[in-house]
Design a protein around this ligand. Sequence first.
Ligand SMILES: [Zn+2]
Length: 69
Amino acid sequence: MNNNELTVQCCVCRRVRDSKGEYHQPPAILGDRVSHTYCPECARFMLTQIALFKDNFAKAEAVRVRSAG
Ligand SMILES: [Zn+2]
């Protein structure tokens, strides 16, 4: 691996993106230049988590507003 190449790594599952945009288990040693992103699977999972969080937050906020009123 060329050390000057920017390695793009999923910050959740740590897999590394290749030139075709596919994700693979990382080599033992990564280059010096690593950028982090979400792979499609982890992005989907995180979006689900965010949607759940927003839903729960909205419910909690509704209860708070009602009990404050
Ligand atoms: Zn991932």
